[in-house]
Ligand binder design. Structure first.
Ligand SMILES: Cc1cc2nc3c(=O)[nH]c(=O)nc-3n(C[C@H](O)[C@H](O)[C@H](O)COP(=O)(O)O)c2cc1C
Length: 331
């Protein structure tokens, strides 16, 4: 493979990653013809709900995993440097040196092929159990990226869902939080969350699944009521430490878990509220007695309805072509 020839495919794959509020807070550049550099798009950071930029790093980590898989699918070998690097500014999160490699393994191909099919499902799931072989594969996916994935039992699930519901209410009552969220709903641009992708209202109260309360920010978006699954499958992604580098690790692990799930027909949504409130209230975090260094709470299941496809920023906005050879720019 050559970076010049395959760059579009690699960056498009990276941009298909999930990101907080679909903010797509990434920027790519090619350096010396064989290095792909990932930087944070700091102007897309969410300073109210994500004061430490943890969610931004996780989003960029997810994009990084997709880029690595696309490089492998093209027969390249990605050698990764994660931040910090004394020679680069703080926005530079990772650099991938690309050299010729061995052909992708069947597992790498399967994950790569799942990239365009993965979508966040905020709607109901069928409630069908997830086979043990798939949960084992998801745990292994997290482990292979240096993170941990714990599938919660029913009591733990009830307690995390109750804590998430409380966190949702608290965030919905926060005017600054509502204002920030509103800026990312129905933007009419190539980012943010279109009204059609917002979660439905639960048909019963208390709802078994409380997603983020988007309607507190945009009341006119309130849609029809639907019945969510009674017993959601919930998992918690953790890391050994809790520093910016760990958040990039968490993002890559999250995306490997999501692609592993997608390959088996399982979709996911994110119960971010509790961890968001923890990040916002460092001195007095909400109480949920889960594992240490939680990076994401994930709801998994078989989607009951088709999920909506989300917009993405055009390649010209996210890729700095300046270091590419003129022939590649023209193609
Ligand atoms: C770090 C992170 C946090 C997220 N938090 C939430 C959330 O709290 N609620 C939610 O519904 N979706 C959440 N999402 C999902 C994004 O909204 C979603 O990835 C984005 O809108 C793009 O859609 P797609 O995943 O279908 O491609 C999160 C995604 C990431 C990577």
């Amino acid at each position: 493979m050559t970076l010049n020839r395959d760059i579009e495919r690699i960056v498009r794959a990276a941009c298909a990653a999930p990101s907080v509020h679909n903010s797509q807070p990434w920027q790519f550049a090619v350096d010396h013809g064989d290095i792909l550099q990932l930087s944070a798009a700091v102007d897309r950071a969410l300073w109210v709900c994500d004061p430490s930029a943890r969610l931004l790093y996780m989003s960029c980590g997810a994009a990084l995993l997709n880029a690595r898989l696309a490089i492998r699918a093209a027969g390249g070998q990605p050698d990764l440097w994660l931040l910090p690097h004394p020679d680069y500014s703080f926005e530079v999160l990772a650099r991938i040196r690309i050299s010729p490699g061995t052909p992708a393994s069947p597992e790498e191909r399967e994950l790569h092929d799942a990239i365009p099919r993965r979508r966040t499902n905020r709607g109901p799931c069928t409630g069908k159990p997830i086979p043990e072989s798939v949960t084992a594969a998801m745990r292994e996916a997290a482990r292979s990226e240096g993170a941990g994935l714990r599938l919660l039992d029913r009591d733990q699930t009830e307690s995390v869902l109750a804590a998430s519901a409380e966190a949702s209410d608290e965030l919905a009552a926060n005017g600054e939080h509502r204002q920030e969220l509103r800026r990312w709903i129905g933007t009419g641009r190539n980012d943010g969350i279109p009204l059609a992708a917002l979660p439905h209202q639960p048909a019963s109260e208390p709802a078994p699944v409380r997603t983020r309360d988007y309607f507190a920010a945009v009341p006119r978006a309130r849609g029809p009521k639907v019945r969510y699954e009674r017993f959601p499958h919930v998992a918690v992604l953790t890391t050994a430490e809790d520093e910016p580098r760990d958040w990039l690790v968490a993002g890559q692990a999250l995306q490997r878990v999501l692609l592993t799930a997608t390959a088996s027909g399982i979709s996911a949504s994110f119960l971010c509220q509790l961890l968001e409130l923890r990040d916002m209230r460092e001195d007095d975090p909400p109480h949920w007695p889960g594992p240490a260094n939680q990076q994401m709470i994930i709801r998994l299941g078989y989607a009951a309805e088709p999920t909506v496809s989300m917009p993405r920023r055009p390649l010209a906005d996210v890729l700095d072509w300046r270091n590419l050879a003129p022939t590649a720019q023209a193609s």
